[in-house]
Write a protein that binds this ligand. Structure first.
Ligand code: ZN
Length: 149
């Protein structure tokens, strides 16, 4: 199987439709499609996928990571350092869960992975991210707890 780079996939020729898609389509693929096909392993798989994406994006520092997350419209992140290896990230307008009604479960695993992947590249350490808040459990933002090791 061939591996494609960001450069390979970034060349888009859609003169009438442009390079954006409705968020509803993304959520159909992400929340309905992937979860149905991957079942119980969807969380771990989406997290690993996100981490790879976060690594590929290659952020130089925190403000670069913020810009990349905003440019890709994944959300609007706010970073809070608890100590040098412990970061709490609030993600406003999360691509996956913003506006979601209460379901009692959290499923922003891909976003969690993307943020962990970005932190790994910036700090040259491994990162483990855990989602702690989401629209789907009653908040109006998403939150992730990140530990660098
Ligand atoms: Zn979310």
């Amino acid at each position: 199987m061939k591996e494609y780079s960001l450069e390979d996939i970034g060349h888009i020729v859609r003169p009438k439709l442009g390079d954006e898609i409705p968020l509803t389509l993304f959520r159909i693929l992400r929340i309905i499609g992937m979860r149905n096909i991957l079942g119980d392993t969807s969380g771990a798989t989406l997290y690993m996928m996100g981490k790879r994406v976060g690594n590929m994006l290659g952020a130089k520092d925190l403000s670069d990571a913020t810009e990349k997350i905003k440019t890709l419209k994944i959300g609007i992140p706010e970073f809070q350092f608890i100590d040098e290896d412990h970061i709490v990230v609030r993600l406003f307008e999360c691509i996956t869960c913003a506006g979601f009604t209460y379901t009692g479960e959290m499923f922003c695993d891909m976003e969690s992975g993307i943020i962990a992947g970005l932190m790994e590249t910036i700090y040259s350490k491994k990162a483990k991210s855990t989602q702690t808040k989401s629209w789907s459990v009653g908040y109006n933002y998403c939150e992730f707890e990140i530990f660098l090791y």
